[in-house]
Ligand binder design. Structure first.
Ligand SMILES: [Zn+2]
Length: 103
């Protein structure tokens, strides 16, 4: 995260900014902004909802947004892989049939 006072990048666990000494724990978002397993699962099964929540949250709750965004993306990738395998198998089956006619 970044120091609210000087903008210096500080560790998420830092209590005070090492550059200016300003307290960093005044940010109330840090408590509620954490990756949520429930929302990650939601994003996985409903990638469209996950994507929308990612866009809504990415500024306010970056950690949670990153979690749901990541799982939505994984879900989409898995879907694409399954489709590719599915059509590859159909293609192979049709190719085999067509091959029977041609040879
Ligand atoms: Zn600072």
């Amino acid at each position: 995260m970044f120091c609210k006072n000087c903008g210096n990048e500080v560790s998420d666990r830092a209590v005070v900014c090492p550059k200016c000494g300003c307290a960093t724990n005044g940010n109330s978002n840090t408590e509620i902004d954490s990756p949520s397993t429930g929302f990650n699962v939601l994003g996985f099964f409903f990638p469209l909802i996950g994507l929308i929540l990612y866009l809504v949250w990415k500024n306010e709750y970056p950690l949670r947004a990153k979690g749901i965004g990541k799982w939505s993306l994984i879900s989409v990738i898995i879907s694409i892989v399954i489709y590719v395998i599915y059509f590859a198998l159909i293609g192979a089956a049709l190719g085999g049939l067509a091959g029977g006619y041609y040879y």
